[in-house]
Design a protein around this ligand. Structure first.
Ligand code: SAT
Ligand code: MN
Length: 587
């Protein structure tokens, strides 16, 4: 059935190890996927939702102990420990294989082994990469079929090549004490055991498209980044593209699907979504930076998504969607989550599978990291360049985090190296996307801390090298912070659709249309250059969030220094000198 020698060998080895009753190749046909949905509904793995209100939509609940990525159980397994660097957990590859094969051995007994050939990126694009994931979970198959391009067409493209990523997922007993997400970048392999949740098991996503791909990008001269890609169209119909990195659950999906406020719509502005989570970026023949979104769907955070915050996402999820860990409304067999509307169902089941009354019960009905998996083609503002094999040219790169203080609404770096420095000192308050404490400040360079598949010091060097190659065609690099708060802890900047006001300033800077104020950290807007019309925000308030407080930044320096110390000799001199420059400017 499969003619590729290396694939066949892999499948033989895996079926000997895992011992499934049956092997099914995912061919990508709707018929086969429908059969699987039906099997999953019979077994209770999926719940079919109201066909009239939510056509072709399903609900799934993961185990209560398995609701987010597990960074402390995620490993980079390279021959040399130094290759994984100080920010990754490391295991010796031989030890890791031995341990994982022991855990997974015979775990498919009584089950089916699903074989999913998938392409990250358009099947015909020269920028795409192929993987094969084996799994014992129909939920994983159906999610992968939304998030990536799957099926026999991928095997046709692969031919007899050995250039593909091996993904092994075994649910085992969802034992959190034996849960491991391991990456073997030296032999293109990912092994995930004892989880069945999103980023731990949809191996095309963070595991391949970021951890393995970033390692490949370092060798091959390109960048795999935790970035959304959006296009802004002006009234002349010109579209400029921005790639933006934010940590998980900081609003990437909302920004990528932004609907401009009335003021902007009237003036002909439109925003087009190319991707909401991952960008693969290469230097094109014209020496500019070009980006593709390697995914084919959205795995977005449900809570907080509503018809004001993100109407496009809501529309995207209105059909063909798998919801994970949200509330089931028993009255009409639809779903609900915190922040959807002011009308929680009374007759409902919460994310843990317990009876729940939204009018009375104090506990949240949906898990804060509950998700929707929806096909990109459902998105009303999907860019017409989404399927373009060459991707889109990037005018600006934006970094951003969740900071109550310190970082201004927006600032521009002085040049590429300074921009890499700005990305490298990113810090953000932690969210529910990963297990662990919420709201704790941590350094998260380029929002890649949990996703960089090699030594982050070398990653910084790679970014610096890319700038050298791009030369004067390098996009400008900016930093934004939508999350500054006032004395009462309320956000000052309205965010969501109004973020286009900041993006407009960014593009104006790229085209040298406005001047800016130099500060120790970079260029900050003059308040007159941020369009506030139609917005209930005073210029004073705006100035407050544009402010760079020297004393706060002096403290920040201490933090950066201790973070940088981790990298020892691997920290590029260029970044040391950027830090020194910042210190001098703050004096
Ligand atoms: O769970 S995922 O890793 O897929 C989503 C996220 O954390 O960004
Ligand atoms: Mn993400």
């Amino acid at each position: 059935m499969i003619s590729n020698t290396s694939v066949n060998k892999f499948l033989e080895e895996m079926s000997a190890l895992l011992n499934p009753d049956e092997i099914i190749l995912i061919d990508g046909t709707e018929n086969q996927l429908q059969e699987l949905r039906e099997i999953a509904c019979k077994s209770g793995e999926l719940i079919k939702l109201n066909e009239e209100k939510l056509p072709n939509c399903y609900l799934h609940r993961t185990a209560i102990n398995d609701v987010a990525r597990v960074e402390d159980r995620t490993f980079i397994c390279t021959t040399k420990k130094d290759a994984a660097g100080p920010t990754n957990n490391w295991m010796d590859p031989a030890d890791a294989y031995k341990m994982l094969y022991n855990i997974a051995k015979n775990s498919y007994k009584g089950k089916t082994m699903y074989v999913i050939p998938f392409s990250m990126g358009h099947i015909n694009s020269s920028l795409s990469k192929i993987g094969i994931e084996i799994t014992d979970s129909i939920y994983v198959v159906l999610n992968m079929a939304i998030m990536t391009r799957v099926g026999t067409a991928v095997l046709d493209k692969l031919g007899n090549s050995n250039n593909w990523v091996r993904g092994i997922h075994a649910s085992c007993s969802i034992d959190e004490n034996n849960r491991y997400i391991c990456h073997f970048p030296e032999d293109n392999t990912i092994i995930s055991v004892n989880s069945a949740y999103g980023g731990n098991v949809l191996l095309g996503k963070k595991c391949f498209a970021l951890r393995i791909a970033s390692y490949q990008g370092n060798w091959e001269g390109w960048l795999a980044e935790h970035m959304l890609i959006l296009g802004i169209e002006n009234k002349l119909g010109e579209v400029k593209y921005i790639a933006a990195a934010f940590p998980s659950a900081c609003g990437k999906t909302n920004l990528a699907m932004l609907i401009p406020p009335e003021e902007y719509k009237k003036n002909g502005y439109k925003v087009w979504c190319v991707g909401d989570d991952i960008a693969w970026m290469r230097i094109g023949e014209d020496s500019r930076l070009w980006a593709i979104n390697p995914e084919n769907g959205f795995f977005g955070v449900a809570p907080g998504t509503n018809k004001t915050s993100n109407p496009n996402a809501l529309a995207t999820t209105s059909s063909d969607t798998i919801f994970t860990n949200v509330v089931l409304n028993l009255d009409d067999n639809t779903v609900w989550w915190e922040g959807l509307d002011e009308n929680p169902p009374e007759n409902a089941i919460d994310w843990m599978g317990k009876r729940w009354n939204g009018k009375v019960d104090k506990t949240p009905g949906a898990h804060p990291n509950s998700r929707f998996t929806s096909p990109a083609k459902n998105c009303p503002c999907l860019s017409r360049e989404f399927e373009n094999e060459n991707g889109v040219p990037i005018s600006a790169i934006v970094f951003g985090g969740r900071r109550a203080q310190t970082t201004p609404l927006v600032y521009e770096s002085r040049d590429w190296n300074n921009g890499v420095f700005v990305g490298s000192i990113m810090a953000s308050e932690t969210t529910a996307a990963a297990s662990g404490k919420i709201g704790k400040l941590r350094h998260d360079p380029m929002a890649m801390l949990p996703f960089c598949g090699y030594n982050m010091g070398d990653y910084f060097k790679h970014w610096l090298d890319m700038g050298g190659k791009l030369g004067e065609n390098a996009p400008k690099i900016f930093n934004v912070n939508w999350f500054r708060t006032d004395e009462s802890g309320k956000f000052i900047w309205p965010g969501f659709g109004d973020n286009i006001r900041v993006l407009e300033w960014i593009l104006n800077r790229c085209e040298n249309k406005v001047s800016a104020k130099e500060t120790p950290i970079g260029f900050v807007p003059y308040s007159k250059d941020i369009n506030l019309s139609g917005l209930d925000l005073s210029e004073n308030k705006l100035n407050e969030i544009l402010e760079v407080d020297k004393s706060i930044w002096q403290n920040e320096i201490n933090d950066i220094e201790s973070f940088y110390e981790k990298f020892g000799d691997n920290l590029p001199n260029e970044l040391k000198s950027e830090l020194q420059k910042l210190k001098n400017k703050l004096k």
